[in-house]
Design a protein around this ligand. Structure first.
Ligand SMILES: Nc1ncnc2c1ncn2[C@@H]1O[C@H](COP(=O)(O)OP(=O)(O)OP(=O)(O)O)[C@@H](O)[C@H]1O
Ligand SMILES: [Mg+2]
Length: 285
């Protein structure tokens, strides 16, 4: 059975795309078949990790101008040599004249298209490498139509937030709103936590506070804190390095840190999130 996970957040820049691609690659390294899709149609960024960009994008699929096979690219090379699993990526069109195209489709129609996409991956294309174990949907922040559709269509919602006031308060509000109507089974990942907050049992203290002030007020037993991801200096430095390549006009793809630096804290964080997601996917078996 394919397990579809939406990675979402209220505010921008919480690490959705970073976690989507790293989690996807890590799951593929563990031996799973993973499809990750850029549903941040308005401001796509998954393409910055990919070597050969396909002509057809997810926008074309939704507009009935491409098949699933045409839009998914094999990015298993991101997983390292001889990966046990596979990684397929569906990119959104990053040229600005395409970006707003999906806004033309009404919400219900867009949701139907998304169900169609997920069902295609789940059922209609049952042969390798198509029948994925996991589909990961990387969304845009807030209450956009496409993001709400991803929340509605997936089996599980992962909400990203940072340990800053605006994210904490806002995420509580977002959860309350989602649990009034869509009631998704959800997990919270707190990202960019300073390492010092993870030492000496501080993580349990922080987890208790988040449960008390964000999870419990929503009044649903369908939400839990999945874990923490520390702020990683190597990622910050490498982002600047790759931005310099870009400014100098060189072609370079961003590294998938959990794979390129397997012994770092970040890889250990992604490992525990991957184990958590695998356990979730088996709960219904
Ligand atoms: N744990 C971390 N350590 C260091 N840098 C991080 C970490 N998490 C995210 N970042 C950095 O923060 C920036 C924003 O991350 P990312 O693009 O994944 O966020 P996003 O939620 O997808 O943003 P958007 O809402 O714009 O789509 C990136 O430069 C990313 O490398
Ligand atoms: Mg993003």
């Amino acid at each position: 059975m394919t397990f579809a996970v939406t990675i979402h957040s209220l505010r921008g820049g919480t690490g959705k795309t970073l976690i989507s691609i790293n989690l996807a690659a890590f799951l593929a390294r563990m031996g799973y078949r993973v499809v990750v899709i850029d549903m941040d149609i308005g401001a796509p960024s998954l393409q910055t990790y990919i070597r050969e960009l396909p002509k057809k994008r997810i926008n074309d699929f939704f507009n009935h101008q491409a098949t699933l096979e045409e839009i998914l690219v094999d990015a298993s090379y991101l997983v390292g040599p001889n990966p046990k699993g596979s990684l397929l990526v569906g990119l959104a069109n990053d040229r600005t004249n395409f970006v707003s195209k999906l806004e033309d489709i009404d919400r219900e129609k867009a949701l139907n298209e998304l169900y169609k996409l997920i069902n295609l991956v789940k059922e209609v294309l049952p042969n390798d490498p198509w029948n994925a174990d996991f589909i990961i949907l990387d969304t845009s922040p807030g209450f956009s139509k496409d993001s709400l559709n991803c929340v509605a269509a997936a089996d599980h919602l992962i909400l990203m937030l940072r340990l800053i006031n605006a994210d904490l308060g806002g995420t509580g509000q977002l959860l309350k709103t989602l649990h009034l109507s869509l009631k998704p089974v959800s997990s919270l990942i707190v990202n960019q936590v300073p390492q010092i907050f993870m030492d000496d049992g501080n993580d349990e203290y922080t987890r208790d506070l988040i449960n008390k002030h964000i999870v419990e007020p929503v009044g649903s037993d369908r939400i839990q804190v999945a874990g923490f991801i520390t702020n990683d200096e190597q990622i910050i430095n490498s982002e600047a390095e790759f931005a310099m390549y870009f400014l100098e006009g060189e072609k370079a793809q961003r590294p998938v840190h959990a794979i390129s630096n397997p012994n770092g804290f970040f890889a250990a964080n992604i490992q525990s999130i991957a184990d958590y997601v695998v356990a979730l996917s088996k709960m219904g078996d």
